[in-house]
Unconditional design. Structure first.
Length: 135
C-alpha cells in the first residue's frame, strides 16, 4: 500500500499486508479480511460484497480498525474497472470515498481509494497493488 500525504501522515507512507477473499454464504457474496502493518501501525479490515439485482449494482460493506462505523458503497462496472462510491468514517470523520479496482488480471489488480469531504472533492489517498499468492 502506498499512502499519499494527508493530515494524519503529512509525508505519506507505505505498508505491507495480506487479504483473504472467499465466497460467502449461498455463493452469492464475496467476503474478505485484510491486515496490514506499516508506518501508521497495524490495520485490520473486513468487507462483504453482494450483488443487488433490484438496482443492478454491487453493494460493499466495509468495517476497519480505523473506525467502528461501517462504510457503505455502491459499485458498478465502468469499462474494464469496478468503481464503488459511498461514504466511510476515518478517525470519526465521515468522508466521501471512491474505491476503484483497475488493471484486473488473473493474478493481480490495482485498488485505489479516493477520499474527500464531498464526492466533488475526491483526491487519491491510497494505492494498493494486489498479487495472488498460491491457490
Amino acid at each position: 500500500m502506498t499512502y499519499e500525504p494527508n493530515p494524519h501522515s503529512p509525508d505519506g507512507g507505505t505498508s505491507d499486508g495480506w487479504e483473504e477473499c472467499r465466497v460467502g454464504p449461498g455463493r452469492s457474496s464475496v467476503v474478505f479480511d485484510t491486515q496490514a502493518q506499516g508506518h501508521l501501525g497495524t490495520f485490520e479490515g473486513h468487507g462483504v460484497i453482494t450483488w443487488n439485482a433490484t438496482d443492478d449494482v454491487y453493494d460493499l460493506y466495509w468495517l476497519s480498525s480505523s473506525s467502528p462505523e461501517p462504510g457503505v458503497f455502491t459499485g458498478r462496472w465502468d469499462g474494464g474497472k469496478v468503481v464503488f462510491d459511498g461514504y466511510e468514517y476515518i478517525a470519526g470523520q465521515r468522508m466521501a470515498s471512491r474505491h476503484s479496482i483497475t488493471e484486473i488480471s488473473a493474478d493481480a489488480f490495482v485498488y485505489t481509494i479516493d477520499l474527500g469531504s464531498a464526492p466533488a472533492d475526491l483526491t487519491l489517498s491510497v494505492t494498493i497493488d494486489y498479487m495472488r499468492r498460491g491457490r
